[in-house]
Design a protein around this ligand. Structure first.
Ligand code: FES
Length: 158
């Protein structure tokens, strides 16, 4: 068992009520929940694998695929939808060449969508990592992605 899973499960073996906390800790540590982690959690907490999958699938906070280093979250709730969220989502996916929830080949980005993040007055809203970007437009989105790429390139060349 990988060391990180060993640490997370240490005090929680055979405690099925710890499932969400355990999944949360794995998500924090690995950025997603791997197949191996599912099987280990199932075995160690004594919960059928299908139940572990069901719970992880239910909560949007859990990712079953590796996330990019930078997560672009686009709101597609009603206020954002009527102000052009869908074309923004399409644009982000096309620019980065990924499907929703997938990481780019270089591992830098992934794109996710949510239903209302509670900032409707700022619609359409994009969240890059933890930072809200209000009144998003296609040009602003392109510039945002370009600026992250530039920073990452600079960092790689130092
Ligand atoms: S609908 Fe996008 S923040 Fe509410």
């Amino acid at each position: 068992m990988p060391e990180i899973l060993e640490t997370i499960l240490k005090e929680r073996r055979s405690q099925p009520h710890q499932l969400i906390e355990v999944l949360h800790d794995i998500q924090e540590a690995q950025g997603y929940i791997s197949r191996n982690a599912f099987e280990t959690v199932s075995k160690e907490l004594g919960i059928p694998l299908i139940e572990v999958f069901r719970v992880a699938n239910f909560y949007k906070a859990f990712s079953l695929k590796p996330r990019g280093k930078h997560v672009i979250t686009l709101c597609k709730g009603t206020a954002c939808h009527v102000r052009g969220a869908n074309p923004l989502i399409e644009q982000a996916l096309t620019l980065l060449g990924v499907e929703e929830g997938e990481a780019t080949d270089d591992g830098l980005f992934s794109v996710e969508s949510v239903n209302c993040i509670g900032a409707c007055a700022l619609a359409p809203v994009v969240v890059l990592n933890e930072t809200y970007h209000p009144h998003m437009t296609p040009a602003k989105l392109r510039a945002l992605i370009r600026s992250v790429r530039r920073k990452e390139e600079k960092r790689a060349n130092v």
